[in-house]
Ligand binder design. Structure first.
Ligand code: PMP
Length: 394
């Protein structure tokens, strides 16, 4: 049997990381994989997470199974963090999932169950895992224009034009904030236009929110998601705690199915629990319990918010430093977009040959589509990167 297996395409980012590890140069810079790193290049366990883990360790009496939907207190805490009352609680069905990836996967499966002919409209570009999971599930996918290669902002007219091709029942997948991989985001007026289009054309909104607190702030980053959730008749929200709680390996996510009609919620809830059951039964609990502990404790929550804010501001500072340095070296404003982008990533819009040149000649590793992880920089490496970008002629 095994001889019939075909090699699957290697994950490009993981392959890049392997090359980085094997590169003997001292001055190499890793701007590849999407994890937050501090100025020392470390992905720390957040203070509140350590404290909550200690508390869980001391107080937890049993590791018997939770419910199929996970701990309801986790769902409540996360719904509150993301939606903050934007829709009535009784309209929201929710389950814990293994990370944001698990939430996306289950959301796609729910779409396929409910409407097998629905197509999913995805931004061009989007997080590559969206595409590979959709392909794996055999769900038809339609890319919509999103990134403007000229301005490195959102090609909003192109986006709207493409979304107008959607048929009633098709799903529009949107990144709630901090778009991955581009860093380019819509403003709230544009979001409202997208909401109007969704409603006019009878489309279903799906939001993937994986970086709440990494862009403009915890509340600001949830504003678009709240707007959508409160304005459409039905939507799906896939959320991840990997980044904003720094619990990557604990696999901590949440999937919500929201209906304007509360009488639908029980069926939505049992369907989400059913999907958990088919895929892995009970979702992971440790990360979820830590997150619930933090969000439910005034002091821990305040400390978490403070540390998250430090993370956010450090990335904004690096963005500004890089944009300033590039302006100084190139004598032009064309890199101003780096300071405008939000989140961990920016697509700098360099051709693949230049990305390759940055790696070969300067030991700078970014993903082939020229996505760089801003958190891979520090105050000392920003000038080195800026010099290299100008030298290779981006
Ligand atoms: N969605 C997007 C857009 C992401 O960038 C990520 C993380 N790379 C995720 C979802 C899910 O992450 P995780 O499964 O690690 O929580």
């Amino acid at each position: 049997m095994f001889e019939h297996l075909k090699p699957q395409p290697a994950d490009k980012i993981l392959a890049l990381m392997q090359m980085y590890r094997e590169d003997p140069r001292d001055q190499k810079i890793d701007l590849g994989v999407g994890v937050y790193k501090n100025a020392e290049g470390i992905t720390p366990v957040m203070r509140a997470v350590k404290a909550a883990e200690r508390q869980v360790w001391e107080e937890q009496q049993s590791k018997a199974y939770t419910g199929l939907a996970g701990d309801p207190a986790y769902s409540d805490a996360m719904i509150n963090l993301i939606l903050n009352g934007a829709v009535p609680r009784e309209n929201v069905a929710a389950v814990a999932t293994p990370g944001g990836t698990g939430a996306c996967r289950q959301a796609f499966e729910l779409v396929r169950m409910a409407n097998p002919s629905a197509r999913i409209f995805v931004s061009n570009p989007t997080w590559p895992n969206h595409i590979s999971i959709l392909n794996y599930l055999g769900i038809e996918m339609v890319p919509y224009r999103y990134f403007d290669a000229e301005t490195r902002g959102v090609d909003f007219d192109g986006m709207i034009e493409d979304l107008k091709q959607a048929r009633p029942g098709d799903v529009v997948l949107l990144h709630g904030c901090c778009h991955n991989p581009t860093g380019a985001n819509m403003n709230l007026i544009q979001w409202q236009d997208v909401v109007n289009l969704i409603n006019e054309q009878g489309l279903i909104a799906m939001i993937d929110i994986a970086y709440q607190g990494f862009g403009d702030g915890l509340e600001e980053d949830a504003a678009a998601t709240r707007l959508v959730a409160s304005s459409v008749s039905e939507c799906l929200i896939a959320a991840s705690c990997s980044k904003n709680f720094g619990v990557y390996r604990e696999r901590t996510g949440l999937l919500m199915a929201i209906s304007a009609d509360a009488s639908q919620t029980a069926l939505n809830q049992s369907t989400l629990a059913f999907l958990n059951r088919q895929n892995y039964s009970f979702p992971p609990d440790h990360g979820a319990r830590v997150v619930t502990t933090i969000l439910g404790d005034v002091a821990l929550r305040a400390d978490w918010q403070q540390e998250l804010e430090e993370v956010r501001l450090s990335m904004l500072g690096l963005r500004q430093q890089l944009a300033d340095e590039l302006q100084r070296l190139s004598g032009s404003d064309r890199f101003g977009f780096i300071a405008q982008h939000r989140g961990m990533f920016s697509r700098i819009g360099a051709a693949p040959e230049l990305v390759e040149k940055l790696r070969v000649e300067h030991g700078i590793y970014m993903v082939g589509d020229s996505r760089m992880n801003i958190a891979g920089l520090n105050a000392q490496t920003v000038p080195i990167l800026a010099q290299a970008i100008v030298e290779v002629g981006v």
